[in-house]
Ligand binder design. Sequence first.
Ligand SMILES: *[C@@H]1O[C@H](CO)[C@@H](O)[C@H](O)[C@H]1NC(C)=O
Ligand SMILES: *[C@@H]1O[C@H](CO)[C@@H](O)[C@H](O)[C@H]1NC(C)=O
Ligand SMILES: *[C@@H]1O[C@H](CO)[C@@H](O)[C@H](O)[C@H]1NC(C)=O
Length: 258
Amino acid sequence: MWKLHCMIICLMAACLLASSLSVPFTEVANATQRRAVCMDGSLADYYYSAGSGDGAKNWLLFLMGGGCPDSQINPDFYNWNRIFVAYCDQSSFLGDTEFDGQGPKLQFRGSRIFDAVVDDLLAKGMGVGENAILSGISAGGLATILHCDGFRARLPDVGRVKCLSDGGFFFRGENVLNADYREKYFASVITLHNISSLLPVTCTERIDPSLCFFPENLVRDIQTPIFILDSAFDAYQSIQEAFANWSRVLFLKLMFSL
Ligand SMILES: *[C@@H]1O[C@H](CO)[C@@H](O)[C@H](O)[C@H]1NC(C)=O
Ligand SMILES: *[C@@H]1O[C@H](CO)[C@@H](O)[C@H](O)[C@H]1NC(C)=O
Ligand SMILES: *[C@@H]1O[C@H](CO)[C@@H](O)[C@H](O)[C@H]1NC(C)=O
């Protein structure tokens, strides 16, 4: 698996060298009315590079990540419609509320952003495409798992729809001292961002919604073909999980004092 991961990183580096593609950002249509906004209230946006030739009917939607326009390096996807969606909601494209604490008011509108981007792309012709892939990395990888079947449902006439989640399989797991560290963290995100009613029902009708941000509780119900990619050397999964909370601070102090 690490070879595949390395290959992707090398591909991205090669792409940067091989191209000077500059894609202007597209503001989500009707973003203000639809409240498709980032945490600070600014309008959500994405980068769209139109497909061409036999790629014109194929769509690659990436939740934070990249794409390569070089046919030598990226023969499969170089001429697809490629969309890079900026991540600015902090809850894997799934919240819908606002928070008025002591500081400036915060918007948690992830699900509105995702829905508005999909609507925008339907208006550009994604709904009559031949192939569509939803992919994403890290929080976007988790979003890919959370939205995979919903994405498929929005594209009933597209021949093939598949999902690729990279580095988004955040496991509940156990760590050295605080076995439930991530469980508490995810539960607080779900409450703060008002996510419970937006999670896949196949999970929430079975277990507590606070556990439905964990891919291990979601993947068995996903009907759409999905490929999960997760590096065995993913530092976020291993180090952070193992040394969560105060032990992590101690660990970092030890690291830097060496
Ligand atoms: C939480 O979400 C539900 C449905 O998604 C909505 O009806 C409700 O108004 C939201 N609550 C807050 C406080 O934003
Ligand atoms: C934006 O709003 C206008 C007017 O309500 C509507 O006609 C149009 O379809 C909307 N566009 C998208 C992409 O939702
Ligand atoms: C981290 O440790 C503090 C102090 O021991 C504790 O109060 C807190 O609940 C812990 N947080 C998590 C997420 O485990």
